[in-house]
Design a protein around this ligand. Sequence first.
Ligand code: GUN
Ligand code: ZN
Length: 484
Amino acid sequence: MSEIFEARDWDAAGRIGRLSVPRAGVTVETPTIMPVVNPHIQTIPPRELAERFGAEILITNSYILHSSEDLREDALERGVHDLLDFPGAVMTDSGSFQLSEYGEIDVTSEEILAFQREIGSDVATPVDIPTAPDTEREAAEIELGTTQERLDRASEFSSGDMLVSAPVQGSTYPDLREAAGEHAVGTGLDVFPVGAVVPLMNEYRYGDMVDVVAAAKRGLGPAATVHLFGAGHPMMFALAVAAGCDLFDSAAYAIYARDGRYLTVRGTEHLADLDYFPCSCPVCVEHTPEEVESDDEQERLLSEHNLHVTFGEIRRIKQAIRSGTLLELVESRARGHPAMLDGYRVLLDHSEQLERTDPASKSTFFYLSGESATRPEVLRHHRRLERLSVPDSLLLAGGPTDTAVEAGEVWTVRPPFGPVPPELSETYPVNAELPDRLDDEAYAAAARGVERLAGANPDCAVALATAGWPDAALATLSERIELV
Ligand code: GUN
Ligand code: ZN
């Protein structure tokens, strides 16, 4: 598994990776989006997805091909790449989604895997059971057991060139998701979709989605290629990438276009409500909303815009990872929609987990909101404070100190990091850019840093110059700290 995926640049749990897809003879750069292609309806021909939009891999549904009198023989004879006329890699889904929608399908996992192999799929999928969010625990366990048996039996299909995905289920139970991730990696299969998250996203439960991904990631470990099944709205890509997802698949670009919806990185707009296009893609530059609305090609134009936005956000995310500014990007996306703010706050609940793959040095840390105070870099600094050697008495002061020091050393205290010894003051992340007006969260985080340092050094007399500190943060300090 690790030979097919190489992660290069990291930021939080996000990374730029190279996924080799041997059967297609290509390497796919991640994070990326696999446009969903319905074999019956193609608003944008797959070749154009590759040539105009840069899609390196798409996903289509083998169950639809298998069930179609018209297409099944064609797919078997010509292969799925030729059938769809797509020059890149093709992942296929198995009919699990139809299973969750209609309660039954007429193939076994082995039958549909064999069919996927026969039509030349590059990444095949067994029939997992997408257990809905909030399913009763016992039912979630039983369904997960069935999914796991099918994954075990899918291994024989990954012996050739074809990659096989191992979906991770477990509903909204973090321990089940974690165990499912661990089991999935243990099967030796190749790509790991986190499944049954579509209902969470449809209900804007981005916080729950992040919890599900974080739990699956704990079981999967950092080396696994992670696909977020059915996630296609560009507003949530940065958040999901920061949580450690590498692949997305989007039907949203096409489905939304069908009923006049226009995707943006901040949410979804109805074409009818737009007087101006807030986008500089070719469609939006060359047309007004009114023109698109009265155009016979409305659906195609909207699909094209939706794809431009979708791939544009992917490029922006990759550049942010390279620049070390992914969390700043997530933070700005969190300001676009309240549900995204929930998602970001939950992501930061997992800062310890994100910190493990977060680089030690990145471009300047920007403090942008109270949420910045709980970023992984802040936690890492707090942990580091416990290991620094301290003098017998220490004054922690806001800036170059104007407080008389009777004895001992002076360190600066810089919210949200807290104490900063002179030798670290120019280093990442404490050389952060801060706004002049700091919020209570920045001081509260600084107070946690002060306590961390004091706690690790019981013999050190710690004094803190507290001019400008809000009462809320002062109230959290222990008696140990002398306030001056
Ligand atoms: N498409 C969206 N969600 C899922 C899922 O959980 N499993 C499969 N196989 N396909 C999906
Ligand atoms: Zn546009």
